[in-house]
Design a protein around this ligand. Structure first.
Ligand SMILES: N[C@@H](CCC(=O)N[C@@H](CS)C(=O)NCC(=O)O)C(=O)O
Length: 301
């Protein structure tokens, strides 16, 4: 079976979700470090335009977005089960609403220490000014939101070691990303905003203790060679879709929030949770690129 290859960088919060998931499952994986800003010449040939991190690759299958990456890991390695109840909804809240509060608190703290090249890159990513002064002005609101979200964590841990019971679930993985990032990028703010939340503090250490599985490095060039030698796995089943799109249609897929770079290809699978497009791309022959359905826009090419 092909190896799990994670394209990431160490400070990436969304990648931390995947690394923790790999820890919970106790899996071996290959780590490919990608740049923090554009250009990403050894990532884009795999995704066809998607630039965000993380991206997971298994042979000639490429998974864009932590949502579909976590779903694929759960499907391929069901033990121990991680996804429970309404976990996917918690995941999207942690990715979007809580994460935006974390971004504002972190960059208000880092302030003028943020490099210009990073600011310019993130302006292109979002299509909006990366305005540190505005983030500083909004910090009191963002901090209040952050603490209100962390209080849900504190309350959610009243009965058990983890949010979904006695063992880790996707809710833990998703929420932890925000606590981890704030704690590493702006430790003083994390200390203040978590103060008195003893269960959340103990939980943070417990989740950190789950580890990252068995990581070993691979070069980006080697990952491209793996993709060029592999055949894509059979796509997941399709179902009738409200868009009227079906396998065989030429489509464009784009994130609906930021980093909307379009990926064009032929639809090979479409269902309520996933869109998979095939891309013929020269030396890399035929890759299947997977996107989550929630949070992505699909249109006819
Ligand atoms: N919805 C995406 C969001 C990913 C995301 O925002 N990743 C950040 C890094 S943690 C990113 O790509 N930033 C721009 C970059 O690294 O080029 C996911 O769940 O994977």
């Amino acid at each position: 079976m092909s190896e799990i290859v994670l394209h990431h960088y160490d400070t990436s919060p969304f990648s931390e979700k995947v690394r923790v998931m790999l820890g919970v499952k106790g899996l071996a994986w290959r780590s490919v470090i990608q740049p923090v800003i554009m250009p990403k010449p050894e990532l884009i040939p795999l995704t066809g335009g998607y630039r965000r991190i993380p991206v997971m690759q298994i042979g000639a299958d490429v998974y864009c977005d932590s949502q579909v990456i976590l779903a694929e890991i759960e499907a391929r390695h069901p033990e121990p089960p991680v996804v429970r109840g309404a976990d996917w909804a918690v995941n999207l809240w942690a990715d979007r609403q809580w994460f935006q509060a974390t971004v504002a608190v972190v960059f208000a703290e880092l302030g003028d220490a943020v490099p210009k090249a990073f600011i310019e890159d993130r302006e292109k990513l979002s299509g909006r000014p990366f305005d540190i002064a505005a983030m500083k002005a909004a910090a009191p609101y963002a901090r209040a939101q952050w603490r209100a979200f962390a209080a849900w964590l504190e309350d959610g841990l009243a009965g058990d070691a983890f949010l979904g019971g006695g063992s880790p679930s996707l809710a833990d993985v998703a929420a932890y990303m925000n606590v981890w990032w704030l704690s590493s990028a702006a430790p003083r703010a994390a200390e203040e905003l978590l103060s008195g939340f003893e269960r959340a503090e103990a939980w943070r250490a417990r989740v950190a203790g789950l580890g990252h599985g068995d990581r070993s490095e691979m070069s980006p060039a080697e990952a491209l060679v793996v993709a060029s030698h592999a055949l894509a796995a059979p796509p997941p089943p399709s179902e009738e879709d409200p868009s009227g799109l079906r396998p065989g249609d030429r489509v464009v897929v784009q994130a609906d929030d930021y980093g909307r770079d379009p990926v064009a290809g032929t639809l090979v699978a479409l269902n309520r949770s996933r869109a998979v497009v095939a891309r013929e791309c020269g030396e890399l022959d035929m890759l299947h690129v997977h996107f989550p359905r929630a949070g992505y826009v699909l249109s006819r090419a």
